[in-house]
Write a protein that binds this ligand. Structure first.
Ligand code: MRU
Length: 351
């Protein structure tokens, strides 16, 4: 079964059309987001999530703001776009792809010298180009990464870095898809990924749709699997990579990287260059999103069944930072970066 695209820009509706990921795996339902406020809400509650997908939906949100505007001249439109930028930028702080895409759009409107309808059309075309480009980058990541995965490989992943987290194909799951397309037999072990279960709900869903064998485990089971020799490598995505190669990704990724070091299992990160933030020297400068207590205190995050007594404090950072020294390689659309990761990333980014 082929999944519909994660994010579509529909200029004629006009709307941003997404899969509502909060309903998966029970329901595959697409929703039209018809205002910047609806786009922002969808990002905040994770109807659409995953770093590259946030870039795509952010760009489409700006295109939507332009189409909906009744501004009489480019100057007034630019003021409205700047306001839309602020609303979208205030949604989630960690994935740099959102800011990368928003800044891309802002460069376009702030350097525009043509007329108003031309700018509206150009912003729509740019949003579409960002979506198309992300899909191509993921396919390249898949081709480069596939070389690292052995035939018969048993690959553990954390969270969802798949088609649902990108314009399609995925980063970490793109590597797995690339290996499968090379004819390799692959088995995926998917961490359920507490608290919102992106691994159980989303990774397992899209792998099942593709017919790629997958087993879901609770996050606290990976150590014993590795000790038993059942994992050949780990591939995860990233929300932001600092210039030195430190990697922010879904909370729990760091635990997996530590386990890999102890058990001598390669730990790979797959991400496009839109995820690399060369402006930050180290991972401790990456802003980490703190999310609501109910995501931990209620079962599955979205349901109402309490699993923590009322009044008890809850800790819920959405991401953690894995130090570069624990990362075996970063798989990008331009090739594979290895230690020293900072130097290697800079070299690849110029290639
Ligand atoms: O909170 P989420 O679901 O947006 O977190 C997503 C992740 O951590 C992914 O691993 C990351 O964005 C990479 S997606 C290709």
């Amino acid at each position: 079964m082929a999944l519909p695209p994660t994010v579509q820009w529909l200029p004629r509706e006009p709307s941003v059309f997404i899969i509502d990921q909060t309903l998966l795996p029970s329901e595959l339902h697409q929703v039209h987001l018809r205002s910047v406020a609806e786009v922002a809400e969808a990002i905040k509650v994770l109807r659409v999530r995953g770093a590259p997908a946030l870039g795509c939906v952010g760009a489409a949100g700006i295109a939507l703001a332009a189409v909906l505007s009744s501004a009489a001249d480019t100057e007034s439109l630019c003021a409205e776009l700047a306001a839309a930028y602020e609303v979208l930028a205030a949604t989630r702080p960690t994935a740099v792809n959102l800011f990368w895409a928003l800044n891309h759009m802002r460069r376009l409107w702030s350097s525009w010298t043509g007329d108003l309808p031309g700018l509206v059309a150009a912003l729509g075309a740019e949003a579409q180009a960002i979506i198309d480009d992300d899909l191509q980058r993921c396919r390249c990541i898949g081709r480069h990464g596939a070389e690292l995965i052995p035939d018969g490989g048993r690959v553990l992943t954390h969270c969802n870095a798949g088609a649902l987290a990108t314009a399609g194909y995925g980063t970490a799951l793109g590597v797995i898809r690339g290996a499968v397309e090379q004819g390799k037999k692959i088995h995926v072990w998917a961490d359920e990924t507490r608290p919102l279960l992106q691994g159980a709900r989303l990774t397992a869903f899209e792998l099942a749709a593709d017919g790629i064998p997958c087993t879901v485990l609770c996050d606290n089971m990976a150590a014993s699997l590795m000790a038993a020799g059942f994992i050949d490598c780990v591939v995860v995505g990233a929300d932001r990579i600092a210039a030195n190669g430190d990697v922010a990704n879904k909370i729990g990724t760091y635990n997996v990287a530590v386990l890999c070091r102890y058990h001598d299992v390669p730990f790979y990160v797959a991400a496009p260059f839109s995820t690399v933030d060369f402006a930050l020297d180290r991972g401790n400068q990456i802003p980490i999103e703190q999310r609501g207590a109910e995501e931990v205190s209620q079962l599955g995050g979205f349901s109402a069944q309490a699993v923590v007594p009322k009044g008890v404090e809850v800790y819920n950072p959405a991401f953690d930072v894995t130090p570069a020294e624990l990362v075996t390689a970063i798989i990008t659309e331009c090739g594979v970066a290895r230690a020293p990761l900072g130097e290697s990333l800079r070299r690849l980014s110029r290639a």
